[in-house]
Design a protein around this ligand. Structure first.
Ligand code: TXA
Ligand code: MG
Length: 321
Protein backbone atom coordinates (compact mmCIF):
# COMPACT_ATOMS: atom_id res chain seq x y z
CA UNK A 1 0.00 0.00 0.00
CA UNK A 2 1.36 3.47 -0.77
CA UNK A 3 1.29 6.42 1.60
CA UNK A 4 -1.74 8.17 0.09
CA UNK A 5 -3.79 4.99 0.31
CA UNK A 6 -2.60 4.45 3.88
CA UNK A 7 -3.62 7.96 4.91
CA UNK A 8 -7.00 7.53 3.23
CA UNK A 9 -7.52 4.25 5.12
CA UNK A 10 -6.57 5.94 8.41
CA UNK A 11 -9.07 8.74 7.67
CA UNK A 12 -11.69 6.02 7.13
CA UNK A 13 -11.13 4.63 10.66
CA UNK A 14 -9.06 1.69 9.40
CA UNK A 15 -5.80 0.30 10.79
CA UNK A 16 -2.59 0.18 8.73
CA UNK A 17 0.83 -1.26 9.51
CA UNK A 18 3.60 1.34 9.28
CA UNK A 19 7.37 1.11 9.73
CA UNK A 20 9.17 2.78 12.63
CA UNK A 21 12.88 2.65 13.44
CA UNK A 22 12.18 0.05 16.18
CA UNK A 23 9.51 -2.38 14.88
CA UNK A 24 6.46 -2.13 12.59
CA UNK A 25 3.43 -0.60 14.30
CA UNK A 26 -0.27 -1.32 13.80
CA UNK A 27 -1.48 2.26 13.49
CA UNK A 28 -4.87 3.89 13.96
CA UNK A 29 -5.91 7.51 14.44
CA UNK A 30 -6.15 8.45 18.10
CA UNK A 31 -9.22 10.50 17.19
CA UNK A 32 -11.15 7.39 16.09
CA UNK A 33 -12.46 5.00 18.74
CA UNK A 34 -13.46 2.70 15.88
CA UNK A 35 -9.83 2.46 14.74
CA UNK A 36 -8.60 2.03 18.32
CA UNK A 37 -11.02 -0.86 18.84
CA UNK A 38 -9.74 -2.43 15.62
CA UNK A 39 -6.17 -2.30 16.93
CA UNK A 40 -7.18 -4.40 19.93
CA UNK A 41 -9.35 -6.85 17.98
CA UNK A 42 -6.76 -7.35 15.19
CA UNK A 43 -4.06 -8.24 17.73
CA UNK A 44 -6.39 -10.06 20.16
CA UNK A 45 -4.88 -7.67 22.69
CA UNK A 46 -6.51 -7.23 26.10
CA UNK A 47 -7.74 -3.69 26.83
CA UNK A 48 -5.74 -3.48 30.06
CA UNK A 49 -2.58 -2.99 27.98
CA UNK A 50 -2.34 0.74 27.18
CA UNK A 51 -1.18 1.98 23.75
CA UNK A 52 1.67 4.31 22.80
CA UNK A 53 0.60 7.50 21.03
CA UNK A 54 2.98 8.50 18.23
CA UNK A 55 3.29 12.24 17.75
CA UNK A 56 5.09 14.33 15.15
CA UNK A 57 7.09 16.15 17.80
CA UNK A 58 6.94 17.46 21.38
CA UNK A 59 4.91 20.43 20.21
CA UNK A 60 2.09 18.17 19.00
CA UNK A 61 2.49 16.17 22.21
CA UNK A 62 1.56 19.28 24.21
CA UNK A 63 -2.04 18.88 23.00
CA UNK A 64 -2.42 15.48 24.62
CA UNK A 65 -0.39 15.52 27.85
CA UNK A 66 0.86 17.70 30.70
CA UNK A 67 4.64 17.92 30.53
CA UNK A 68 7.23 18.33 33.28
CA UNK A 69 10.51 20.16 32.50
CA UNK A 70 12.69 17.00 32.57
CA UNK A 71 10.42 15.13 30.12
CA UNK A 72 10.55 18.19 27.88
CA UNK A 73 14.34 18.13 27.88
CA UNK A 74 14.36 14.37 27.25
CA UNK A 75 12.11 14.83 24.21
CA UNK A 76 14.29 17.66 22.95
CA UNK A 77 17.33 15.42 23.16
CA UNK A 78 16.03 11.96 22.17
CA UNK A 79 13.17 12.74 19.72
CA UNK A 80 12.50 11.73 17.11
CA UNK A 81 13.74 8.41 18.47
CA UNK A 82 13.16 5.21 20.43
CA UNK A 83 12.21 6.76 23.78
CA UNK A 84 8.61 6.67 25.05
CA UNK A 85 7.59 9.12 27.78
CA UNK A 86 4.74 8.35 30.18
CA UNK A 87 3.06 11.65 31.07
CA UNK A 88 -0.07 12.89 32.80
CA UNK A 89 -2.76 12.73 30.13
CA UNK A 90 -5.10 15.50 29.04
CA UNK A 91 -8.87 14.88 28.98
CA UNK A 92 -9.05 14.53 25.21
CA UNK A 93 -7.13 11.22 25.21
CA UNK A 94 -9.49 8.28 24.67
CA UNK A 95 -9.81 5.82 27.56
CA UNK A 96 -9.20 3.05 25.04
CA UNK A 97 -5.60 4.28 24.75
CA UNK A 98 -4.89 4.55 28.46
CA UNK A 99 -7.15 1.80 29.83
CA UNK A 100 -8.89 4.57 31.74
CA UNK A 101 -5.67 5.44 33.58
CA UNK A 102 -4.33 8.93 34.37
CA UNK A 103 -1.23 8.72 32.13
CA UNK A 104 -0.50 8.50 28.42
CA UNK A 105 2.65 7.19 26.72
CA UNK A 106 4.04 9.42 23.93
CA UNK A 107 6.81 8.89 21.43
CA UNK A 108 7.95 10.54 18.22
CA UNK A 109 9.19 7.81 15.86
CA UNK A 110 12.30 8.36 13.77
CA UNK A 111 11.10 7.03 10.45
CA UNK A 112 10.25 9.28 7.48
CA UNK A 113 7.22 7.18 6.42
CA UNK A 114 5.67 7.15 9.89
CA UNK A 115 6.30 10.89 10.19
CA UNK A 116 4.63 11.46 6.81
CA UNK A 117 1.57 9.48 7.89
CA UNK A 118 1.14 11.63 11.03
CA UNK A 119 1.70 14.80 9.01
CA UNK A 120 -0.77 13.92 6.24
CA UNK A 121 -3.43 12.64 8.63
CA UNK A 122 -3.03 15.73 10.82
CA UNK A 123 -3.41 13.65 14.01
CA UNK A 124 -1.24 11.42 16.17
CA UNK A 125 -1.35 7.65 15.69
CA UNK A 126 -1.74 4.98 18.33
CA UNK A 127 0.42 2.01 17.39
CA UNK A 128 1.38 -1.14 19.24
CA UNK A 129 3.78 -3.53 17.55
CA UNK A 130 2.05 -5.15 14.53
CA UNK A 131 1.87 -8.72 15.82
CA UNK A 132 -0.64 -10.98 17.54
CA UNK A 133 -0.68 -10.38 21.28
CA UNK A 134 2.30 -11.97 23.08
CA UNK A 135 4.07 -12.96 19.88
CA UNK A 136 7.28 -11.82 18.18
CA UNK A 137 7.24 -8.22 16.94
CA UNK A 138 7.74 -7.63 13.19
CA UNK A 139 10.81 -5.88 11.79
CA UNK A 140 9.92 -6.11 8.08
CA UNK A 141 6.82 -5.69 5.92
CA UNK A 142 6.95 -9.41 5.15
CA UNK A 143 6.79 -10.24 8.87
CA UNK A 144 3.57 -8.21 9.14
CA UNK A 145 2.16 -9.88 6.05
CA UNK A 146 2.90 -13.33 7.54
CA UNK A 147 1.55 -12.38 10.96
CA UNK A 148 -1.91 -11.38 9.72
CA UNK A 149 -2.01 -13.65 6.63
CA UNK A 150 -2.05 -10.66 4.31
CA UNK A 151 -5.25 -9.21 5.81
CA UNK A 152 -3.68 -6.01 7.16
CA UNK A 153 -2.36 -3.41 4.70
CA UNK A 154 1.33 -2.57 5.16
CA UNK A 155 3.42 0.37 3.99
CA UNK A 156 6.81 -1.15 3.20
CA UNK A 157 9.66 0.86 4.70
CA UNK A 158 12.31 -1.86 4.56
CA UNK A 159 13.89 -3.46 7.59
CA UNK A 160 13.72 -1.67 10.93
CA UNK A 161 17.10 -0.26 11.88
CA UNK A 162 16.80 -0.79 15.64
CA UNK A 163 14.96 -4.10 15.81
CA UNK A 164 13.57 -4.03 19.38
CA UNK A 165 11.03 -1.68 20.90
CA UNK A 166 11.50 1.75 22.41
CA UNK A 167 12.49 2.29 26.03
CA UNK A 168 9.45 3.32 28.08
CA UNK A 169 10.19 5.71 30.95
CA UNK A 170 8.33 7.80 33.48
CA UNK A 171 9.82 10.89 35.11
CA UNK A 172 8.83 11.26 38.76
CA UNK A 173 9.54 14.84 39.73
CA UNK A 174 8.58 14.26 43.38
CA UNK A 175 11.08 11.41 43.78
CA UNK A 176 13.71 12.85 41.40
CA UNK A 177 13.80 9.52 39.63
CA UNK A 178 13.42 8.43 36.02
CA UNK A 179 11.85 4.96 36.06
CA UNK A 180 12.54 2.61 33.17
CA UNK A 181 9.22 0.76 32.80
CA UNK A 182 10.34 -1.23 29.77
CA UNK A 183 14.02 -1.50 28.80
CA UNK A 184 14.62 -0.92 25.10
CA UNK A 185 16.83 0.75 22.55
CA UNK A 186 17.80 3.76 24.68
CA UNK A 187 20.02 2.41 27.47
CA UNK A 188 20.18 3.31 31.14
CA UNK A 189 23.68 4.66 30.53
CA UNK A 190 22.45 7.00 27.78
CA UNK A 191 19.82 8.35 30.17
CA UNK A 192 22.40 8.80 32.93
CA UNK A 193 24.81 10.56 30.55
CA UNK A 194 21.99 12.86 29.45
CA UNK A 195 21.20 13.79 33.07
CA UNK A 196 24.84 14.46 33.79
CA UNK A 197 25.31 16.61 30.66
CA UNK A 198 22.21 18.66 31.46
CA UNK A 199 23.08 18.97 35.15
CA UNK A 200 19.82 17.37 36.25
CA UNK A 201 20.04 15.77 39.67
CA UNK A 202 17.77 12.75 39.06
CA UNK A 203 18.51 9.01 39.33
CA UNK A 204 17.59 6.34 36.78
CA UNK A 205 15.99 3.14 38.07
CA UNK A 206 14.39 0.12 36.47
CA UNK A 207 10.91 -0.66 37.74
CA UNK A 208 8.98 -3.69 36.58
CA UNK A 209 5.28 -3.11 35.95
CA UNK A 210 3.49 -6.36 36.55
CA UNK A 211 0.14 -5.22 35.24
CA UNK A 212 1.42 -4.44 31.78
CA UNK A 213 1.85 -7.18 29.17
CA UNK A 214 5.14 -5.71 28.00
CA UNK A 215 6.14 -6.91 31.44
CA UNK A 216 4.45 -10.28 31.65
CA UNK A 217 6.88 -13.18 31.87
CA UNK A 218 5.89 -14.45 28.44
CA UNK A 219 6.02 -12.08 25.52
CA UNK A 220 7.64 -11.75 22.10
CA UNK A 221 7.34 -15.54 21.86
CA UNK A 222 8.23 -17.67 18.82
CA UNK A 223 5.98 -20.58 17.76
CA UNK A 224 8.58 -23.20 18.72
CA UNK A 225 10.33 -24.09 22.00
CA UNK A 226 13.24 -21.78 22.77
CA UNK A 227 15.50 -21.99 25.82
CA UNK A 228 18.30 -19.83 27.15
CA UNK A 229 21.54 -21.44 28.20
CA UNK A 230 23.13 -19.76 31.17
CA UNK A 231 26.13 -21.17 32.90
CA UNK A 232 29.80 -21.63 33.18
CA UNK A 233 29.93 -24.25 30.42
CA UNK A 234 32.59 -24.01 27.73
CA UNK A 235 31.86 -25.05 24.17
CA UNK A 236 32.37 -28.78 24.79
CA UNK A 237 29.66 -28.56 27.40
CA UNK A 238 27.37 -26.94 24.93
CA UNK A 239 28.02 -29.69 22.42
CA UNK A 240 27.33 -32.47 24.88
CA UNK A 241 24.32 -30.59 26.10
CA UNK A 242 23.05 -30.39 22.57
CA UNK A 243 23.50 -34.13 22.12
CA UNK A 244 22.14 -35.25 25.44
CA UNK A 245 19.70 -32.79 26.91
CA UNK A 246 18.29 -31.03 23.95
CA UNK A 247 18.66 -33.44 21.07
CA UNK A 248 18.03 -31.87 17.73
CA UNK A 249 17.73 -28.35 19.09
CA UNK A 250 19.72 -25.84 17.10
CA UNK A 251 21.80 -22.91 18.38
CA UNK A 252 20.74 -19.36 17.54
CA UNK A 253 23.70 -17.15 16.63
CA UNK A 254 23.59 -13.43 17.38
CA UNK A 255 26.17 -10.70 16.69
CA UNK A 256 28.25 -9.80 19.74
CA UNK A 257 27.43 -6.09 19.48
CA UNK A 258 24.25 -5.14 21.40
CA UNK A 259 22.66 -2.96 18.74
CA UNK A 260 23.51 -5.36 15.91
CA UNK A 261 22.07 -8.26 17.92
CA UNK A 262 18.88 -6.31 18.65
CA UNK A 263 18.49 -5.54 14.98
CA UNK A 264 18.37 -9.20 13.92
CA UNK A 265 16.83 -10.85 17.01
CA UNK A 266 13.17 -10.91 15.92
CA UNK A 267 14.03 -12.09 12.39
CA UNK A 268 15.96 -14.98 13.90
CA UNK A 269 13.08 -15.92 16.22
CA UNK A 270 10.76 -15.91 13.21
CA UNK A 271 13.13 -18.03 11.10
CA UNK A 272 13.10 -20.81 13.72
CA UNK A 273 9.30 -20.57 13.97
CA UNK A 274 9.00 -20.92 10.20
CA UNK A 275 11.27 -23.97 10.14
CA UNK A 276 9.42 -25.45 13.10
CA UNK A 277 12.81 -25.88 14.71
CA UNK A 278 13.31 -25.82 18.50
CA UNK A 279 16.39 -23.80 19.42
CA UNK A 280 18.55 -22.40 22.20
CA UNK A 281 20.78 -19.41 22.76
CA UNK A 282 23.93 -19.44 24.85
CA UNK A 283 23.99 -16.11 26.66
CA UNK A 284 27.47 -14.58 26.88
CA UNK A 285 28.33 -13.78 30.49
CA UNK A 286 28.82 -10.05 30.14
CA UNK A 287 25.33 -9.64 28.61
CA UNK A 288 23.88 -9.99 32.12
CA UNK A 289 25.93 -7.15 33.52
CA UNK A 290 26.27 -4.46 30.87
CA UNK A 291 23.34 -2.07 30.57
CA UNK A 292 23.79 -1.97 26.77
CA UNK A 293 22.31 -5.46 26.74
CA UNK A 294 19.39 -4.76 29.10
CA UNK A 295 16.76 -4.40 26.35
CA UNK A 296 18.03 -7.44 24.51
CA UNK A 297 18.12 -9.60 27.68
CA UNK A 298 14.58 -8.51 28.55
CA UNK A 299 13.32 -9.72 25.14
CA UNK A 300 15.29 -12.98 25.30
CA UNK A 301 13.99 -13.82 28.77
CA UNK A 302 10.40 -13.14 27.79
CA UNK A 303 10.64 -15.00 24.48
CA UNK A 304 12.08 -18.23 25.96
CA UNK A 305 10.09 -21.01 27.63
CA UNK A 306 12.77 -21.56 30.25
CA UNK A 307 16.44 -21.71 31.03
CA UNK A 308 19.15 -24.32 31.25
CA UNK A 309 21.39 -23.32 34.10
CA UNK A 310 24.80 -24.91 34.44
CA UNK A 311 27.36 -24.94 37.17
CA UNK A 312 30.23 -27.29 37.92
CA UNK A 313 29.35 -29.65 35.11
CA UNK A 314 25.69 -30.03 36.09
CA UNK A 315 22.80 -28.61 34.12
CA UNK A 316 19.25 -28.16 35.27
CA UNK A 317 16.18 -26.87 33.47
CA UNK A 318 14.14 -24.13 35.01
CA UNK A 319 10.76 -23.47 33.42
CA UNK A 320 9.11 -20.04 33.59
CA UNK A 321 5.57 -21.37 33.90
O1 TXA B 1 9.04 0.83 19.74
C1 TXA B 1 7.89 0.82 20.17
O2 TXA B 1 7.60 1.30 21.29
C2 TXA B 1 6.79 0.18 19.28
C3 TXA B 1 6.67 1.03 18.02
C4 TXA B 1 5.55 0.55 17.11
O3 TXA B 1 6.53 2.38 18.34
N1 TXA B 1 5.55 0.12 19.97
C5 TXA B 1 5.31 -0.77 20.98
O4 TXA B 1 4.02 -0.76 21.45
O5 TXA B 1 6.15 -1.53 21.41
P1 TXA B 1 3.41 -1.91 22.35
O6 TXA B 1 1.97 -1.59 22.46
O7 TXA B 1 3.77 -3.23 21.81
O8 TXA B 1 4.07 -1.69 23.76
C6 TXA B 1 3.71 -0.54 24.52
C7 TXA B 1 4.28 -0.63 25.90
C8 TXA B 1 3.57 -1.67 26.73
O9 TXA B 1 4.51 -2.34 27.54
C9 TXA B 1 2.63 -0.80 27.57
O10 TXA B 1 2.28 -1.40 28.77
C10 TXA B 1 3.46 0.46 27.77
O11 TXA B 1 4.10 0.64 26.54
N2 TXA B 1 2.60 1.62 28.04
C11 TXA B 1 1.74 2.25 27.22
N3 TXA B 1 1.07 3.23 27.84
C12 TXA B 1 1.50 3.25 29.12
C13 TXA B 1 1.21 4.04 30.27
N4 TXA B 1 0.31 5.01 30.24
N5 TXA B 1 1.86 3.75 31.41
C14 TXA B 1 2.78 2.77 31.45
N6 TXA B 1 3.11 1.99 30.40
C15 TXA B 1 2.49 2.22 29.26
MG1 MG C 1 4.31 -5.28 21.49
Amino acid sequence: MDMDQAVQALKNNQVVALPTETVYGLAGSIESDEALNKIFSTKSRPFFDPLIVHVKNANQGQNWAHWDPVSEKLAQYFWPGPLTLVLKKKDNVSDLITNGGPTVALRSPNHPLFQQAIEKLGAPLAAPSANMFGKTSPTSALHVFDEFAGKIPVVDGGECQRGIESTVIEVRKDEKIIYILRPGVVTQKQLQDFLQDQDINFKVKTKVQNHSPGHLKNHYQPEVPFVLLKGEGDDSYIESLEKVDSRGWKPMELPSDASMAARVLYSKLREFSKKDQAFYFKVPHHWFKETDFQGLMDRLEKACIGELIGSQGQWRYSSKQ
